[in-house]
Design a binder for this molecule. Structure first.
Ligand SMILES: [Zn+2]
Length: 366
């Protein structure tokens, strides 16, 4: 079975300048697509390009206040009228076509879900912009407009009858928007979700994502944060997966897995201070795939969030596509990197035991 790749040039129309002008530039997607072409991946019949559709406004308001839709429409109109980019906050910017691209960004994820559930593809990677994981129900933030993965989750619950799903966010920045949206559990009565978030932590944007943020009400014990100090490398992720994610998933048994994939954990990334290689996300994905195989009929949808070193991001995306397509041994590798001993001690003897203690009341596996 094939792996879907959601892509359309509409995502370039959210045009906020070259990468020198704004790191979250349309050049990010151009470089990914060029690399996939160079590697002849797009000619491979086991990959299929999925054309996105627009999400409807009814779908956007599954997770966002209605006034946000009006707000971004007006900002884009102003941008068109003035022929200038319009700032939404200090780092989030809109161009005339941002609103339209945002509807396609959400809709690309929804289209991919349909293709997966209809078994036209086994799994998919949505190469979309603008990204979404910093936007919550009432505000846009951190380069993000609509929260693509949050709408996708509610779409699965409300329109597709999925009852249990897992969101894994491995972007270097905490997925605070998604966490806010689901802090009290899913918005629909029928669905239950667990969110795993790993991110750089400590004097770092957006500042949230402490291990003791675990959700409230229906969401209590279902928000799981893995804050990583600067310098954490590839070796801290298997600890998170083996000690926390796998046992919870064995108990929860998700029917679908959504991944917010940022590639700004790379050790060269200009916005961050982590130590991941460009094969690290693919190695993480290999592990996540075992959960999907056991409980979710292989169903995984990855959506693009951040990643600001164009060549490294392109390699990391290529690697994830190879893993989605069960070519686990065909990934491109750079020299492995490992964390300092003190850091590993922090994870092994402090963070993981503290996290287990905190989650114990909610999960029998601890
Ligand atoms: Zn990020």
């Amino acid at each position: 079975m094939t792996t879907g790749i959601v892509y359309d040039d509409i995502y370039l129309a959210h045009d906020i300048g070259t990468q020198l002008q704004h790191v979250e530039s349309h050049e990010r997607l151009i470089s990914i697509m060029n690399f996939l072409k160079e590697q002849h991946l797009l000619e491979d019949p086991s990959f299929k390009i999925i054309k996105p559709r627009k999400a409807t406004l009814d779908q956007i308001i599954y997770v966002h206040r209605e006034r946000l839709i009006k707000e971004i429409q007006e900002i884009c109109e102003l941008s068109a009228k003035t022929n200038r980019l319009q700032a939404i906050d200090t780092d989030t910017v809109a161009s005339p076509k941002t609103y339209e691209a945002s509807l396609f960004s959400v809709g690309g994820n929804l289209q991919a879900i349909d293709e997966i559930l209809n078994e036209n593809v086994k799994n998919a990677f949505a190469l979309v912009r603008p990204p979404g994981h910093h936007s919550n129900s009432h505000k846009f933030a951190g380069f993000c407009i609509f929260n693509n993965i949050a709408v996708a989750a509610e779409y699965l619950f409300r329109e597709k009858g999925v009852r249990k799903l897992v969101i894994i966010d491995w972007d270097c920045h905490h997925g605070n928007g998604t966490q806010d949206i689901f802090y009290q559990g899913s918005k629909s009565d029928s669905g239950e979700l667990v969110m795993f978030n790993s991110h750089q932590y400590g004097y770092f944007y957006p500042g949230t994502g402490n291990y003791n943020e675990i959700g409230i009400g229906k969401g209590e014990g279902k928000i799981i944060n893995y804050p990583m100090p600067a310098g954490s490398a590839d070796d801290v992720i298997p600890l998170f997966f083996d000690q926390i994610i796998a046992p919870i998933c064995d108990e929860f048994k998700p029917e679908f897995i959504l991944i917010s994939a940022g590639f700004d954990t790379h050790w060269t990334d200009q916005l961050t201070n982590m130590g991941w290689t460009y094969q690290a996300p693919a190695n993480y994905l290999k592990k996540i795939k075992t959960i999907a195989q056991k409980y979710a009929n292989d169903r995984i949808l990855i959506t693009l969030e951040g990643g600001y070193e164009l060549d490294k991001q392109a390699r990391a995306v290529f690697n994830c596509l190879k893993v989605l397509n069960d070519e686990d041994d065909r990934i491109i590798q750079e020299e492995p990197r490992s964390s300092r001993v003190e850091l590993l001690d922090y994870f092994n003897y402090k963070l993981i035991p503290a996290l287990k203690e905190k989650l114990k009341p909610y999960w029998e596996c601890f």
